[in-house]
Design a protein around this ligand. Structure first.
Ligand SMILES: C[S@@+](CC[C@H](N)C(=O)[O-])C[C@H]1O[C@@H](n2cnc3c(N)ncnc32)[C@H](O)[C@@H]1O
Length: 398
């Protein structure tokens, strides 16, 4: 973790201290597990802590945050990665990458996935685990993914070598009615990753998630379907993500560039509001997935390019009215600012999982752009994380 990130994490944990004990913990692992740092704080106070943190970190640049969009505080996560190491199957211990807590329950996980984990937990213990410090052993991760709106569930195993997979087939049989897809992924590298090439498909091979374009009670609401493969990224909290996408959809117009598009979920969700939309991401698997999802949804005015964002905009000769930015936690590469200025979109819609890096990116754009709106969404209740959405409008453009 970088110095600035560590400092920001310490700051939000410091702010949280005085609210400790105001909430009821739902989970027997709280305190030991590194996942939920805020479970002993009431949800109302968690939102206050996040607002106070933002108002300290961004006070000189951003307007005062009074309100953070709340959501269901539990049962929201689409994905959980259970590490298998040191005789435990679970999550990293609070404050220590080298220790793992054996996890039997997790209230953040959606219902069906939680049911699956409870049923298979003992069987997963029978498989040889992988010591990621000495690099010996077999099973590295068990990954559960679930579409929040579709309910479809995927169970994947990440292993260090190709071996007999009979034990995994048996496990899948024991939860067959709860699982739509199951694959075995290979990670034979020294890097601690919970993905890798798919070497065996036990069942299915993908799940679908479905996002309604509008939050309307009418059943004729049009939706966008996303096929999620074992290695493709998808937002961890569908309910909050779809709310944010709906806001973005209201803001886009004309020719749109979606930089850092991932599997193209924002592009596809907003396509009918744009003249054209171009998504760019550095990961080929994600771009392939975006292209497949474009066909699945019969979208014709989107295109996807696998490229590094900086050379892409440096060499780009097209003009775009709207730029969507949703970069990784570190924000955009500072060497990109000058190309962003020459791209000169009338509006920039900036979605960020790290408001502190958004702040420094905005500081470099604010000479040419006014901050029209800035909203914060609690995408990750029980944790210090949050997601923000900003609209920047070029000076002189209303
Ligand atoms: C926060 S995710 C974007 C998620 C996506 N907008 C969505 O809603 O599903 C950030 C993305 O940036 C991509 N990325 C990271 N570095 C990049 C670079 N230098 N150029 C282009 N894309 C990059 C990652 O592959 C990842 O998909």
């Amino acid at each position: 973790m970088g110095k600035r990130r560590r400092k920001n994490k310490e700051l939000i944990l410091d702010i949280a201290e005085k609210y400790r004990g105001t909430g009821e913990t739902l989970c027997s692992h709280f305190g030991e597990c590194g996942g939920c740092l805020f479970q002993d704080i009431s949800y109302e106070n968690q939102l206050k802590i996040k607002a106070q943190y933002l108002n300290q970190v961004c006070a000189d640049v951003l307007p005062k945050i009074e309100n953070i969009h709340a959501t269901e505080p539990f049962g929201y996560r689409n994905r959980m990665d259970y590490v298998a190491a040191f005789g435990c199957r679970g999550f990293r211990k609070r404050g220590s990458f080298k220790q793992v807590v054996d996890i039997t329950e997790c209230p953040l996980l959606q219902n069906n996935s939680e049911k699956v984990w409870k049923r298979i937990h003992n069987s997963i213990h029978e498989i040889e685990d992988y010591d990621y410090l000495s690099h010996n052993g077999f099973l590295r991760y068990t990954v559960l993914r679930q579409g929040f709106f579709s309910g479809e569930t995927m169970l994947n195993f990440v292993v260090s070598e190709k071996k007999d997979f009979e034990i995994f087939e048996k496990i899948i049989n024991s939860v067959d009615s709860l699982i739509k897809s199951s694959s075995i992924l290979l990670n034979d590298s020294l890097t601690d990753l919970s993905f890798g090439p798919e070497i065996h498909t036990i069942k299915g091979g993908s799940i679908t998630e479905s996002f309604d374009l509008e939050n309307s009670p009418h059943n004729n609401n049009k939706s966008i379907e996303f096929t999620i493969h074992p290695n493709t990224f998808f937002q961890s909290n569908s309910k909050v993500a779809v709310n944010m996408y709906r806001k973005i959809r209201e803001l886009v117009s004309g020719r749109v560039l979606d930089l850092y598009c991932g599997v193209g979920s924002i592009s596809l969700f907003c396509a009918d509001k744009c003249e054209s939309i171009t998504g760019v991401d550095i990961v080929e698997d994600s771009i392939n997935s975006a292209k497949r999802n474009m066909q699945l949804n019969n979208i014709e005015n989107a295109s996807f390019v696998c490229a590094d964002a900086r050379p892409f905009i440096k060499e780009n000769s097209k003009s775009f009215e709207t730029l969507i930015l949703d970069p990784p936690r570190a924000g955009i590469n500072p060497r990109m600012y000058k190309y962003l200025h020459s791209l000169s979109p009338s509006r920039i819609i900036y979605m960020s999982c790290n408001p502190a890096t958004f702040k420094s990116d905005y500081e470099n754009l604010k000479e040419q752009y006014n901050l029209e709106s800035f909203e914060v969404f609690d995408m990750f209740p029980q944790t210090p994380h949050m997601e923000s959405l900003a609209l920047l409008v070029k000076r002189g453009n209303i």
